[in-house]
Ligand binder design. Structure first.
Ligand code: ZN
Length: 101
């Protein structure tokens, strides 16, 4: 997905350069190229943000997986509010007193 945004950014720059040539004036060319570069930067930033988001999602997934493994190993559960592990037969969290309904 981020690769697609990157390609769209590059196509925008190429289209801007071509359009600039078609205007036939130096000012038109410069304005067209600058405009396309401005739009391309937005696409590149979106691509970068998407990459970071996917990275964060992967890390969150790994963390949740580790949490589940620890729960299985120690017969404990993570508190829904403070995420601290406590015994599975506790009716409320000993760390923050959260009581799951
Ligand atoms: Zn808690």
């Amino acid at each position: 997905m981020s690769g697609l945004l990157f390609i769209i950014g590059i196509i925008t720059v190429i289209a801007g350069i071509l359009l600039g040539f078609m205007t036939g004036s130096i000012l038109g060319f410069i304005l067209s190229v600058l405009g396309s570069l401005f739009i391309a930067v937005i696409f590149f930033a979106l691509a970068k943000a998407l990459d970071l988001l996917e990275d964060i999602q992967a890390k969150l997934y790994k963390t949740a997986e580790k949490e589940r493994k620890i729960e299985k190993l120690t017969d404990s559960v993570a508190c829904a509010r403070c995420k601290q592990l406590h015994d599975s037969d506790c009716t409320s969290c000993p760390h923050c007193a959260y009581r799951p309904s």
